[in-house]
Write a protein that binds this ligand. Structure first.
Ligand code: UDP
Ligand code: MG
Length: 321
């Protein structure tokens, strides 16, 4: 049977209340995928929709053995929906696309072409975005610039889920919260190669966008996590240690100065403030350094409990014995 075993391409689509978009999406996806002449599957992930999404998906499912539907129990968000899809893919190449038809399925061959050139991730760069400037495009330009600087991954468009990955890359990464936009940045830790292609972008015709301005502060905090994960996740004391030491040195210096003033001049004037600052600094130093040590413990638990390695191997050449 064609739908058993491995396929070449798995397309994962997260859907939250997209009933009106599914029929056209399915039709266009199928048209393009058939044209590629490779084995494929489409995995629709229904992220707890409250409209008719599930029923529409079931209709599509009944008519096509290459379609699979994963129904989540409630609305978990786009990143968990994608994760649910990822744990079920059978393809060598995994392509993610939004279910609202803002991304054109007709661009899929461009992704596959780049993957065939040997890249591990291909990311779309939306040209000519049809969204409001102030609330959508401007924050996105700023966020993209910051993420590119923080991660050293030179992409223009992290926010878009229209991306292709080699299956082993996606399986090695766990995404939490709304970190789907950081997959290429996180994958960089594993030494993957990343290409960018330009794609069209359409306005949303049916349904509503699920995100508004509220995502701006979230992305900001996510960026702090990203920086931490990328740079210090295996050595947290290297971040907290120097900050703690700085306060420690300031505290000790203030303490020595206070002692000198007291002994040499019997001076007690103004010392209340200095004394509080001195105590505060030493307190902070102890707190930060012990926090750093605790974090070091957590890191060990994190890697060892998941059997995660702190490196990835591309290939091993060895002689048979
Ligand atoms: N989505 C989802 N779960 C959510 C929110 C969104 O699966 O909780 C899906 C949604 O159905 C769409 C994609 O994620 O297929 C992108 O969502 P949306 O178009 O609302 O985001 P925008 O394009 O406005 O950034
Ligand atoms: Mg959209």
């Amino acid at each position: 049977m064609e739908d058993r075993g491995k396929v070449d391409i798995s397309v994962v689509v997260p859907l939250f209340n997209e009933e009106e978009n599914i029929p056209e999406l399915y039709k266009r996806l199928t048209g393009v995928l058939k044209g590629l002449g490779r084995k494929y599957e489409i995995i629709f992930v229904n992220d707890g929709s409250t409209d008719n999404t599930q029923r529409v998906l079931e209709d599509v499912f009944r008519g096509d053995s290459r379609v699979r539907v994963i129904e989540l129990r409630t609305n978990f968000g786009k990143a968990p929906a994608l994760s649910a899809g990822f744990s079920n893919v059978r393809g060598d190449i995994v392509l993610t696309i939004d279910g609202d038809l803002q991304d054109c399925p007709e661009d899929i061959p461009k992704f596959i072409e780049k993957m065939d050139e040997g890249f591990d991730i291909v990311s779309a760069w939306r040209m000519d975005r049809k969204e409001p400037f102030l609330t959508r495009r401007l924050p996105s330009v700023i966020a993209n610039w910051c993420i590119a600087r923080l991660s050293g991954v030179d992409l223009h468009d992290f926010g878009n889920a229209y991306k292709a990955y080699r299956a082993e890359v996606i399986k090695g990464i766990k995404i939490y919260g709304e970190h789907h936009r950081f997959i290429p940045a996180l994958a960089k830790n594993f030494g993957v190669t990343i290409a960018e292609i330009r794609v069209r972008n359409e306005p949303r015709r049916h349904g509503q966008s699920k995100y508004g301005l509220s995502r701006i502060p979230k992305v900001f905090f996510d960026m702090i996590t990203l920086k931490f994960l990328l740079t210090y996740s295996t050595r947290p004391l290297h971040v907290l240690g120097p900050i703690g030491s700085f306060f420690g040195i300031v505290g000790i210096f203030l303490g020595l100065r206070l002692a000198y003033l007291k002994i040499a001049h019997g001076d007690v004037l103004g010392t209340k403030v200095s004394l509080s600052v001195c105590v505060l600094c030493i307190f902070l130093a102890v707190q930060l350094i012990t926090l750093g040590l605790l974090a070091e413990l957590l890191v060990r638990i994190y890697y060892e409990s998941q059997g995660k390695e702190i490196y990835t191997i591309r290939r091993v050449l060895e002689h048979k014995t």
